[in-house]
Design a protein around this ligand. Structure first.
Ligand code: ADP
Length: 597
């Protein structure tokens, strides 16, 4: 019933007010009632004394005139006394009791010096409360003088025992107490009803506020009252609704951020001012080979052991600038290069509270950059060789005016050779640049691979014959539809067949086969030439890579032919592979997807 502390306190307040006011009002009423009752008793005694004085006057006159005590007097007094609770006494002027409603007058001593009689003698009437020797109890006495002109004939006295007065007063007080108790009980019940009515919505508000503080925003209060509590409940509901909405928004934002954060390719690490990890995403964990969850709260140095990261964020904190650094790590398969960006995190007072570190895996970029650098260096070198030769030859011709014709002819032939070589290199470089730069344009023509192969082999036949090689070809009867760039495919076949011819000594065999396997066209170029050792077999597809540079140059090679082949095959969705044995021969196999329909 009193589960609510608020109700308990409120009701305790009501009870205190009710009890204090009931007691105060009870005491005041009881005092007033007692006072009134005493006044009434006094008044009643005074009236009785007046009446008794009228009755006693004739008898006292007779006694005064010497006729003695009338015989009826005592009887009359007893009769009068029976009808009231009071005791009635008649006393002569000299204090002798001549009649009494409770005692025999003969037995009573002289009353001249009784306090009430003395006072009445002096002032006409008086009321005194004192112990009665005759009745052995406390009494209230009202005495009144009975006079005729100036002559005092005697006194009458009406008395009432205090016990009787007390009984009446007790009855009155009990009545007041009873009334006050009933009023108090009624007030307590009403107070409980009102306290509960007032405290119930507040208790509910408290419960719901408690639930909201623990994250349950779905609770609402029923608004039943049209007063301040009702307004408070509505405001509370509004607040809960807004909070629910805001929390949902914040949660969705946080989830979205967490998803972005988790899905980022860059590694992100956040550290606090004690250099402990507060946040670390999946990419960072993978790059540093640590657990994304277990490292939270641990010092970054202990977890990463990466000096570069440590130096970067320390520099960032000291300089308050974004610091960039690079870190090299070797994984099981590759060398990993990671760019580090460290920035300081400040609070609102611009005081550093940690740092954020972004890790960017640039291994691929680094690799490409190295390839580009190597390519530029190789290309320059390859171009420089014939240019240097041409320049030397021309300078010799210019300087030696007397040079004989045969030497001059030999020199110009060499210049011609070097020019052809230069032209081949430039043409191959242009092909590479075209293949890398215009990928889209190559894939929009549909053509017959069989037809292209036929054309390529027709021109190869003459070369084979010149070199004393046998050429064996096997082409399928049906057309093989390919989508892409027919000129590039022609170059692919030419390069492979040219190599086979170049690297096969006289009397050797060059065999070209075109076949269809499911949806793949298989082009096989086989020779019985010098072959390639296994350690070079992967590298010969790299730009400018040659197993024997001198021999390649002598044969007019540029070192770009196979890298062009690989590039074209891959651009057409195919691949190239090699089987070779030094001294036995080489077999290059190209697969290209066939377009059905
Ligand atoms: P190159 O212009 O030097 O021939 P390629 O890229 O076509 O350049 O070939 C790269 C290297 O691969 C050649 O220098 C040669 O050493 C080797 N090679 C290519 N084809 C053959 C082959 N059929 N037989 C033996 N070696 C070959």
């Amino acid at each position: 019933m009193f589960k609510s502390r608020f109700l308990r306190r409120l009701y305790a307040g009501y009870v205190a007010i009710i009890v204090i006011s009931t007691i105060s009002v009870g005491i005041l009423v009881s005092r007033q009632v007692t006072e009134n009752a005493i006044k009434e008793i006094d008044h009643s005694l005074a009236i009785q004394a007046e009446l008794l004085a009228e009755v006693a006057k004739r008898a006292l006159q007779e006694i005064h005139s010497g006729q003695g005590i009338p015989s009826y007097l005592q009887e009359t007094i007893i009769k009068l006394g029976q009808n009231t609770e009071s005791r009635l006494t008649i006393v002569t002027n000299d204090g002798a009791v001549i009649a009494d409603s409770r005692e025999s007058p003969q037995k009573m001593d002289n009353h001249a010096h009784r306090p009430e009689i003395s006072s009445a003698r002096a002032s006409g009437s008086s009321t005194v409360t004192r112990f009665s020797d005759t009745l052995q109890q406390r009494m209230t006495y009202r005495a009144q003088q009975v006079a005729e002109g100036q002559t005092v004939l005697g006194f009458v006295r009406v008395s009432l025992p205090l016990t009787s007065i007390d009984r009446r007063l007790t009855q009155l007080r009990l009545t007041v107490l009873f009334g006050a108790s009933i009023a108090a009980v009624a007030a307590l019940l009403l107070a409980f009803y009102f306290a509960k009515r007032f405290s119930d919505p507040i208790t509910k508000l408290t419960d719901i506020a408690e639930a909201i503080s623990q994250g349950d925003y779905s609770r609402r209060i029923a608004v039943t009252q049209n007063d301040e509590v009702g307004t408070l409940a509505s405001a509370f509901n509004r607040m809960a609704r807004n909070s629910e909405q805001r929390v949902a928004e914040i949660t969705s934002d946080r989830n979205r951020l967490a998803k972005i954060f988790a899905g980022m390719v860059e590694g992100v690490i956040q550290i606090d001012q004690d250099q402990k990890i507060t946040l670390l995403n999946h990419a960072a964990a993978e790059m540093l080979n640590i657990s994304a969850t277990e490292c939270i709260g641990k010092p970054i140095w202990e977890e990463t052991r990466a000096k570069e990261i440590n130096d970067a964020f320390e520099q960032a904190i000291n300089s308050r600038k974004v610091v960039k650094a690079r870190m090299h790590r070797s994984s099981k398969t590759d060398a990993v290069v990671i760019d580090i960006y460290a920035a300081v995190l400040n609070n609102d007072a611009d005081y550093p509270i940690g740092a954020v570190i972004v890790l960017h895996n640039v291994s691929e970029l680094d690799h490409l950059e190295r390839i580009r650098r190597d390519f530029v260096a190789n290309a320059s070198h390859e171009l420089k060789t014939p240019i240097t030769a041409i320049r030397g030859l021309i300078e010799t011709i210019i300087d030696d005016e007397l040079m004989d014709t045969s030497t001059r002819k030999s020199f110009t032939n060499k210049i011609h050779e070097q020019t052809i070589r230069l032209s081949s290199i430039v043409s191959d470089l242009m092909t590479i640049s075209r293949l890398e730069g215009e990928r889209v344009e190559t894939s929009d023509k549909r053509f017959d691979l069989n037809e292209i192969a036929k054309q390529a082999l027709a021109s190869a036949a003459a070369n084979c014959q010149d070199k004393g090689l046998s050429l064996k070809t096997k082409l399928p009867p049906q057309a093989l539809a390919i989508t892409g760039d027919p000129e590039a495919i022609r170059q692919l076949i030419d390069n492979l067949v040219d190599n086979a011819i170049k690297y096969t000594p006289a009397n050797g065999l060059v065999s070209v086969t075109l076949d269809q396997e499911d949806q793949l066209a298989i082009l096989t170029v086989e020779d019985s030439g010098i072959g390639i050792s296994p350690q070079y077999q992967q590298r010969i597809f790299e730009r400018f890579y040659r197993v024997d540079k001198a021999r390649s140059r002598e044969l007019g090679g540029t070192g770009l032919g196979l890298s062009i082949v690989k590039n074209i095959a891959e651009q057409h969705g195919g691949s190239v592979s090699l089987r070779s044995q030094p001294g036995v021969g080489s077999t290059f196999v190209v697969t290209l997807p066939i377009q059905s329909g």
